[in-house]
Design a protein around this ligand. Structure first.
Ligand SMILES: [Zn+2]
Length: 258
């Protein structure tokens, strides 16, 4: 199923039958990444009156209660409400259109890191070649170990972060949506500054409001970009859950553009 679209002033083809998910599968009991917390995703059958939500336990159907933390347990999309007193839901100004996105594989440099970066390896601005038509950037950090899908970040080496200049480059290129396969765009502990989140939403350090033109921008963390997805241009649907919160679980899907 090939669709013809106009992008950047010329005709391009999108393979709508060939979508690929960037979401990490999450399985209760620990088959998922863990960031900032020790607990796993957990489920339990609903018990309500005489009803039990487990067929294997004699119930008529399965109804689970799920305990999870979107920021900590897997692929999730957050908006500026993540840093705002109002905790505006990410769905508030969410772009439901298909978005032109560029997949970029990047190396990071341990030598460039310092305490300001939490000693995380740093991805330089020069690693980001962004075509003019892209409004989303999908970052695949190298090496691309499948372990990213179940990594406990408390026990792992520091993950890469974009340099502040790289964040500025994204904003200058009018990138509205950033997706990355690390658990946060900031180091796990940067003293509460969240400097890269603030740069992306053009927030001042002493003001927790985004610039007007950045209020609909999102950051998606803990994606996994399989090696079968080549670097290049795609259309992306962010697939954000309708459970309103500053961050929500998401299942982004990319469709190749030729
Ligand atoms: Zn987050």
């Amino acid at each position: 199923m090939i669709a013809s679209i106009e992008l950047g002033g010329r005709e391009r083809l999108v393979d709508l039958a060939n979508g690929a998910s960037l979401a990490i599968p999450q399985t209760a009991g620990g088959s998922h990444p863990k960031f900032f917390v020790a607990e796993d995703i957990a489920t339990e059958p609903l018990q309500s009156g005489g009803f039990t939500g487990r067929v294997a336990g004699g119930g008529s159907c399965n109804v689970e209660r799920v305990h999870t933390i979107p920021h900590c347990h897997g692929t999730h999309t957050e908006g500026p409400g993540h840093l705002m007193q109002e905790a505006v839901p990410v769905q508030h100004q969410l772009d439901l259109a298909m978005i032109p996105a560029i997949v970029i594989s990047v190396f990071s440099d341990q030598d460039g890191s310092d305490h300001e970066d939490g000693y995380c390896p740093v991805i330089a601005a020069g690693s980001l070649e962004i075509p003019g038509e892209a409004r989303a950037v999908i970052i695949r950090t190298l090496p691309n170990d499948a372990d990213k899908c179940r990594r406990n970040y408390a026990h792992a080496a520091p993950y890469p972060v974009l340099s502040l200049e790289a964040m500025d480059r994204l904003v200058a290129a009018d990138i509205q949506h950033l997706l990355i396969d690390t658990p946060s765009v900031d180091p796990a502990d940067d003293g509460g500054r969240l400097a890269r989140h603030r740069r992306f939403w053009s927030m001042q350090a002493d003001d927790s409001r985004p610039a007007t033109e950045r209020a609909g921008c999102t950051i998606t963390e803990m994606i996994f970009v399989p090696d079968s997805i080549a670097d290049g241009l795609y259309l992306i649907s962010l697939g954000v859950s309708a459970l309103h919160s500053d961050a929500a679980a998401s299942a982004p899907v990319v469709y190749p553009i030729s």
